[in-house]
Write a protein that binds this ligand. Structure first.
Ligand code: AMP
Length: 282
């Protein structure tokens, strides 16, 4: 696996690969890799001939009080994992390479970005869209692969690609989980042992909501109350939000119908964990 740090080199190699008729699959990440990220690489391999992964801890998507400085980093370990899984190139630019002093452009989807995580992280998705836009221009992939764990991010990026006519196909990969249901996350390492014991309640509460809906409950408030009760049972949990929204435009749903997204964010100590499920209401 080749490691590239410079934008110009990445651009010229990706164009050359495409000119040779190969399809590029792209997996953007912030590193601290785990099985969830590697499942994205596996999916890329299934659909394309040449895999480019990126590791870039994007400062633009962290709020002032967030964990940018302490975000876990081990580039050598990550590179080994990517290589073992068949990645061809790891693109890992510096902050300066991506955002030189005179940098001034940002990409924003204000409607979709104000719901769910955007309510408590108001600049987050602007940072995500800006960096993904840059990475797409640099890597020029045929297909880009993202995780369903970050459901709002996925919906926003699909819209950005459509709005800006990128001509890149976005593939979604189901959330990889620990055996107790906890969504695997780079931030799980922040959890104390008690917090780790309590954290699976997020997934359990989503499964409880699914059961209620299967038993014909359609009132969003009642379902959210049940989720809230289940999570509040755990003393280490501090709920950020519990929402049920229309999957298309992320607007609030009162009576469940169509395709809905149940999304949750909960703080356990200094880890803010998110999870979600999508359901189609018959
Ligand atoms: P991150 O490094 O956290 O920015 O994530 C990079 C990509 O990995 C995003 O597309 C995430 O949605 C995806 N991802 C993170 N955790 C998981 C997981 N547990 N299962 C599947 N995809 C994931």
């Amino acid at each position: 696996m080749k490691i590239i740090k410079k934008i110009n080199e990445m651009k010229s190699i990706s164009r050359k690969i495409k000119n040779e008729g190969e399809k590029i699959g792209f997996v953007p990440t912030m590193g601290a890799l785990h099985e969830g990220h590697l499942k994205l690489v596996d999916t890329a391999k299934k659909y394309t001939d040449f895999i480019i992964a990126s590791i870039f801890v994007n400062p633009l998507q962290f709020g002032a009080s967030e964990d940018l400085r302490s975000y876990p980093k081990d580039i050598h370990y990550d590179a080994k994992l990517l290589e073992n899984r068949g990645t061809n190139i790891l693109f890992t630019p510096s902050d300066k390479e991506m955002y030189p002093e005179e940098y001034d452009t940002s990409i924003e989807l204000p409607k979709l970005s104000s719901a769910l995580c955007g309510a408590t992280r108001p600049t987050h998705f602007k940072g995500v869209c800006t960096v993904v836009c840059k990475l797409f221009n640099i890597v020029a992939p045929n297909i880009a692969i993202f995780g369903e764990k970050d459901a709002q991010q996925l919906i926003i990026l699909k819209k950005m690609v459509a709005d800006l006519n990128f001509g890149i196909k976005i593939l979604a990969v189901p959330t990889a989980r620990e055996s107790d249901g906890l969504a695997i996350s780079s931030r799980n390492i922040y959890l104390s042992s008690q917090e780790r014991k309590d954290a699976p309640v997020i997934y359990q509460s989503l499964m409880l909501a699914k059961k209620l809906i299967e038993n014909r409950e359609r009132n969003a408030k009642k379902i959210k109350d049940e989720i809230r009760n289940a999570i509040s049972d755990k003393l280490t949990a501090k709920i950020d939000y519990i929402d049920i929204v229309n999957k298309k435009d992320l607007t609030q749903v009162n009576i469940l119908e169509g395709e809905i997204l149940i999304a949750i964010a909960v703080w356990f100590g200094k880890a803010r964990l998110i999870d979600n499920i999508t359901l189609r209401i018959p």
